[in-house]
Design a protein around this ligand. Structure first.
Ligand code: PHE
Ligand code: FE
Length: 296
């Protein structure tokens, strides 16, 4: 999913840690489920249990409901089994990839309701931090909401939109939309703010931070505002955008982006921590994490 940001990772296949030697033209590989070791499965369970404990307090109910339907707590999931279940529900399948893949290939998979999931799992010493998304981030973070009919349609629409944006040279703007929704999105639920973004929900540190820390801004989702806002790839986010529900996301992005892209070719562009007079502000962050007190 950071896949949409392959460009911003600045890495070529050579510098990435996955095995790109035996992939097909569409960058897929065999998951090689039989090759996971006991250590791999144990690490999956540790990560799964740690995140699961945080979910009731911080995660969107939709995410938890969908996650439990996947029944994926026992060890690294077999993509074939999960795909069969997913396909019956929303028509999506999971395809294994060695890691980050080029944008064009990524968009093509999404546009055809295939979600690329990295096959390797991190090392035990990387429990809390790793530079590239692994199977835990990709599967635990992204796959559950593919069971949600509206979100599933949004992801496909995003893939089609990505192909168009590539042609128009506006990938940077579109990548911000992915970043601030699919990866780091918050959602209103019964008068509270909850997490649905995969980048947050696969991180034990950012999950409580996104909801409870006084440091970041929490601002109502606005499409053009989001697409004008740069993001951080090196630390927790300084701003989160909050949707009312997945219908809002699907409807707001359902319009023709042509005129929008023309406006986006000009200024302004916003810094990650900016708060604007026009923002619907849920929380104005102190930004204390960045200012160095690190007490967040
Ligand atoms: N509506 C967008 C376009 O016209 C496509 C899109 C849909 C992009 C959903 C992102 C999410 O290009
Ligand atoms: Fe991701």
């Amino acid at each position: 999913g950071f896949k949409a940001a392959t460009a911003s990772s600045g890495k070529t296949a050579k510098e990435l840690r996955g095995d790109y030697s035996s992939m097909a033209a569409d960058f897929t590989i065999d998951q090689g489920w039989d090759r996971y070791t006991d250590t791999d499965h144990a690490l999956w369970r540790t990560l799964y249990d740690r995140q699961s404990k945080l979910l009731p307090r911080y995660a969107a109910r939709t995410f938890m409901d969908c996650l439990s339907r996947l029944d994926a707590g026992d060890g690294v999931p077999d993509f074939r089994r999960a795909s069969d279940m997913l396909e019956k529900a929303t028509g999506w399948r999971i395809v294994a990839v060695p890691g980050l893949i080029p944008e064009g290939a990524f968009f093509d998979h999404l546009a055809n309701r295939r979600f690329p999931v990295t096959n390797w799992i991190r090392k035990p010493e990387e429990m809390d931090y790793l530079e590239e998304p692994d199977v835990f981030h990709d599967f635990f973070g992204h796959v559950p909401l593919l069971l949600h009919p509206v979100f599933a349609d949004y992801m496909q629409a995003y893939g089609k939109g990505g192909q168009r944006a590539l042609g128009l040279g506006r990938i940077e703007n579109l990548a911000r939309l992915y970043w601030y929704t699919v990866e780091f999105g918050l959602i209103r639920e019964d008068g509270q703010t909850k997490v649905y973004g995969a980048g947050i929900l696969s991180s034990a540190g950012e999950t409580p931070y996104a909801i409870e820390s006084p440091s970041p801004n929490r601002i109502g989702f606005d499409l053009e505002r989001v697409m004008r806002t740069r993001y951080r790839i090196d630390d927790y986010q300084q701003t989160y955008f909050v949707i009312d529900d997945y219908d809002q996301l699907f409807t707001a992005t359902g319009v023709d982006f042509g005129p929008l892209y023309e406006r986006l070719a000009g200024p302004p562009e916003y810094a990650p921590a900016d708060v604007l007079p026009t923002d619907k502000v849920y929380t104005k962050g102190t930004q204390q994490r960045v200012l160095g007190t690190k007490t967040a």
